[in-house]
Design a protein around this ligand. Structure first.
Ligand code: GDP
Length: 299
């Protein structure tokens, strides 16, 4: 999703030649395949977005895969960035890997201060190791390897899988089907948890800004704290787009996951003034994209 968003805006960066790859072309969990990719492309800069990702329920039910695949992918990519003399690496973490029992807002210094939430600990520890790996290369070799930490991302080209997806794409797909079949639109949990959502195209711009200008080894890329919203609010925005709000129902037998993970974006704000796409707009565009691309969307 983020790669597609960068692809969409790449014309705004004529100084670079962009090369994009998907997992169908190279399996980055194999060191050999990762080396062939680097040999073929000889990149000067790398934006590392590849990961085995999913929403709360995929994280809970596939811990071995979330841990092993991500550890292998990150190990291979960072190591190849070193072997092939990449000038700058910007690697993607996530705010869901921060400690569960913490104070808010969470900032860049707190990543390793306590265990993550049990629902996604396997994914979280794999991603935390990516930070440690980049730090080790910086310390031992002076590598310009940085990590950025986005909050929950959504937008066009997301994975809209009913079970494995993150909440926004999962609910867009569910509401689409519910309306088609004339049945209730059922969201999971209480709807009370809070999240900051970033629209993929905003993140694409911030990733490119990071490539060109950021010097901090670790940086949160998030909307401000006052743009944090409840899951119920998001579900209502989605239902409204489908004109189906009257059919919204809650299934509280499902987990709520982490209650919140409010991130502090003041480091980013101190460097850059950025107008984020408001959540209502982003959802409007994401619903429109999903409906238009229903046949081919990942789901
Ligand atoms: P998280 O932000 O890392 O926890 O991941 P998600 O994007 O999966 O969001 C999880 C939150 O959305 C939890 O509070 C869930 O209970 C709630 N939620 C409601 N309906 C759904 C759904 O259909 N799929 C997912 N993934 N989460 C849902």
């Amino acid at each position: 999703m983020v790669g597609s968003a960068i692809n969409k805006i790449k014309g705004d960066y004529p100084a670079y030649r962009f090369v994009f790859f998907s997992s169908s072309e190279y399996d980055l969990s194999s060191l050999e395949e990762t080396k062939s990719l680097f040999r073929e492309v000889q990149p000067t800069m790398v934006i590392h977005l590849a990961a085995c990702v999913g929403g709360l329920f995929k994280n809970m039910h596939n811990k071995v895969e979330m841990l092993e695949k991500n550890v292998m992918i990150n190990f291979n990519v960072v190591r190849c960035c070193h072997e092939f003399d990449v000038e700058k690496l910007v690697a993607c973490l996530s705010t869901c890997i921060f400690p569960d029992n913490t104070t808010y807002p969470i900032n860049e210094t707190m990543l390793h201060d306590g265990p993550p939430h049990t629902s996604n600990d396997a994914y979280a520890y794999a991603k935390r190791m990516l930070d440690i790996q980049c730090q080790a290369y910086r310390e031992n070799y002076g590598s310009n390897f940085q990590c950025v930490i986005p909050t929950n991302i959504y937008g066009a080209h997301d994975n809209y899988h009913l079970e494995d997806a993150h909440v926004i794409p999962a609910l867009i797909h569910k509401c689409y089907l519910a309306k088609k079949d004339g049945i209730p639109f059922v969201m999971r949990g209480s709807g009370k948890p809070l999240r900051q959502f970033i629209y993929a195209e905003d993140l694409a711009k911030l990733m490119m800004w990071s490539v060109e200008h950021n010097t901090d080894p670790i940086l949160i890329l998030s909307v401000p704290e006052d743009q944090e919203v409840s899951i119920e609010h998001v579900a209502r925005l989605i239902a409204r787009e489908f004109d189906y709000e009257h059919q919204l129902a809650f299934d509280e037998s499902f987990s709520d996951g982490q209650f919140k993970k409010t991130a502090d974006n003041s480091l980013l704000a101190s460097k850059l003034k950025f107008d984020f796409v408001p959540i209502a707009d982003g959802i409007k565009r994401s619903v429109a994209w999903f409906v238009e691309n229903y046949a081919t969307a990942r789901k």
